[in-house]
Design a protein around this ligand. Structure first.
Ligand code: ADP
Ligand code: ADP
Length: 230
């Protein structure tokens, strides 16, 4: 579902920050761990995958599409339709309820909305189901997100990423605020949700102890080093 070939990316005006990925292949449903210290290029790579950063040379094919060949508008639509992101700080709208935040995940994507409808559910029904599967207690559904704990907000952010079944789920350091037990439990929840429809997960973290949970390990040690995949 994802194929990178001879990718070179350089930040404009910076000769000392070049990301070089000779080869990366990820199959549908695989769980990929992206690891590296601060400044090693993780965000740069995520920007390339979402089409915000453009490669200097080489290609990134996602679901058969070469991202560099798409117009800006087509790339925005492609990202909204096919990538669900769980951000490090969640990027939730604090004054809205959990379900309002989750259904927003479909707001910019007709195809994700249509997938929900095709399942026979309304967006709200599907969102509530997801929140429940992700372990959010129904008793707090009426609160605004600002009134939730970090762990609860994290589940809302995950449900928003999964709604409408995007093929790729990007989780960008979503567990940095959790202790080890809760961190592993949250990752297991993501895996369970993804396996229900075969989503691919790209999980970003600087905590290398999590790597054993994943199928593939992608290590960035320094942005200028050639990226190795195992
Ligand atoms: P990590 O992925 O290790 O959590 P982040 O990329 O989220 O690190 O960055 C954490 C903080 O460090 C952010 O405030 C970011 O702006 C800053 N940061 C990232 N890269 C660099 C760098 N090369 N030099 C200095 N600060 C950086
Ligand atoms: P990470 O996410 O692993 O912390 P980043 O991808 O944020 O790493 O940063 C990798 C390198 O790219 C750093 O040297 C950083 O200074 C550089 N970099 C990141 N963002 C920009 C930017 N917008 N402009 C120029 N250089 C950048």
């Amino acid at each position: 579902m994802l194929e990178i070939n001879d990718l070179i990316f350089r930040w404009p005006g910076q000769t000392d920050a070049t990301l070089n990925i000779p080869k990366l292949e990820v199959a549908a449903g695989e769980r990929v761990f992206l690891h590296g210290p601060s400044g090693s290029g993780k965000s740069t790579l995520l920007g390339l995958l979402s089409g915000v950063n453009k490669p200097e040379s080489g290609s990134i094919r996602l679901l058969g599409k070469d991202l560099a060949q798409l117009s800006d508008a087509a790339r925005d639509k492609f990202r909204a339709d096919h990538i669900g992101t769980i951000f490090q700080n969640f990027n939730l709208l604090p004054y809205l309820s959990p379900i309002e935040n989750v259904t927003l995940g479909c707001h910019f994507s007709r195809s994700r909305t249509e997938r929900v409808k095709a399942s026979g559910n309304t967006l709200t029904q599907q969102g509530e189901q997801l929140l429940q599967q992700l372990g959010l207690d129904p008793s707090i559904m009426a609160r605004s997100v600002a009134q939730l704990s970090i762990g609860q907000q994290q589940r809302v952010a995950a449900a928003r990423a999964f709604i409408g079944q995007p093929e790729l789920i990007i989780a960008d350091e979503p567990t940095s605020a959790l202790d080890a037990d809760n961190r592993n439990a949250f990752i297991e929840l993501l895996f369970k949700e993804a396996s229900q429809y075969g989503a691919t997960i790209l999980f970003v973290s600087h905590d290398s102890s999590l790597a054993a949970m994943f199928d593939k390990y992608l290590s960035l040690s320094d942005i200028n080093e050639v990226v190795q995949c195992s």
